[in-house]
Design a protein around this ligand. Structure first.
Ligand SMILES: Cc1cc2nc3c(=O)[nH]c(=O)nc-3n(C[C@H](O)[C@H](O)[C@H](O)COP(=O)(O)O)c2cc1C
Length: 219
């Protein structure tokens, strides 16, 4: 028994180390460690800006690889500096907006400091991320959730404004990544905020702000 426990601990450690140096993702209990993100390359910025657009027609037969999932999340709000700051700025650097990835297999919380996804709810809940018909089949639906308590701005109008701007910066990062990769995306205000909040058991200070669909576009 003792040997089994030791074996299991060593095996888990091996998986972690392996994953950190490879492009494979590893699922450990309810955490999915994402592949390492390559920070070079992509389309020149002016070209990506020229191509940025909202796309709502997708090719649902094409999957999004784990590598692209890791990259799109990193582009949205991944850590880009050793001090823990991110690709998107945030009010008072409070990093009060969290990113949930709603995938076919479940709803996951993105953890930038670990380059990982934490399972929140198992199952296909993509259709709960919006009212438009494409959301239920699109490969990825991102949901931006702001935490008023974490932000700590007492005026409620200011608080919602700041959280909205924080989410907007992330959304534009994601738009530019999608433009650069040839992915389709659209940011959406149309999400039943209350219902989605209940689904993932948000507390009253946590607010669903926006959703954003990502999938390969229809040719
Ligand atoms: C805050 C915000 C909310 C939006 N909500 C929706 C939405 O619910 N559904 C949708 O199809 N598009 C939505 N859009 C996308 C806009 O319709 C789109 O950006 C606009 O038509 C301009 O098109 P473009 O993005 O291709 O430049 C939203 C955009 C923003 C900035």
């Amino acid at each position: 028994m003792k040997n089994m426990k030791l074996f299991s601990a060593v095996f888990s450690l091996f998986l972690c180390i392996e994953c950190a140096f490879s492009n494979e993702s590893v699922s450990m209990s309810n955490k999915r460690i994402l592949p390492k993100v390559e920070r070079r390359g992509g389309m020149p910025l002016m070209e990506a800006l020229s191509k940025r657009q909202s796309i709502r027609e997708y090719d649902y037969s094409k999957e999004i690889s784990e590598q692209i999932l890791a990259e799109l999340l990193w582009a949205t709000c991944g850590e880009n500096r050793a001090d823990g700051k991110r690709t998107a700025g945030s009010t008072l650097n409070k990093q009060s907006v969290s990113v949930y990835a709603v995938l076919e297999k479940g709803i996951y919380l993105y953890i930038p400091e670990e380059n990982a996804l934490k399972l929140v709810l198992e199952g296909d809940y993509r259709e709960k991320t919006g009212m438009q018909p494409f959301v239920k089949d699109a490969a990825v639906n991102i949901v931006f959730v702001g935490d008023e308590k974490k932000l700590g701005v007492s005026n409620p109008t200011d608080s919602m404004l700041m959280l909205g701007v924080d989410a907007g910066l992330m959304s534009q990062n994601l738009y530019l990544y999608c433009a650069s990769k040839g992915l389709g995306t659209v940011v959406r205000g149309s999400i039943d905020r209350e219902a989605f909040g209940k689904l993932i058991s948000l507390e009253s200070h946590e607010k669903v702000l926006l959703a954003q669909t990502v999938s390969w576009p229809k040719e």
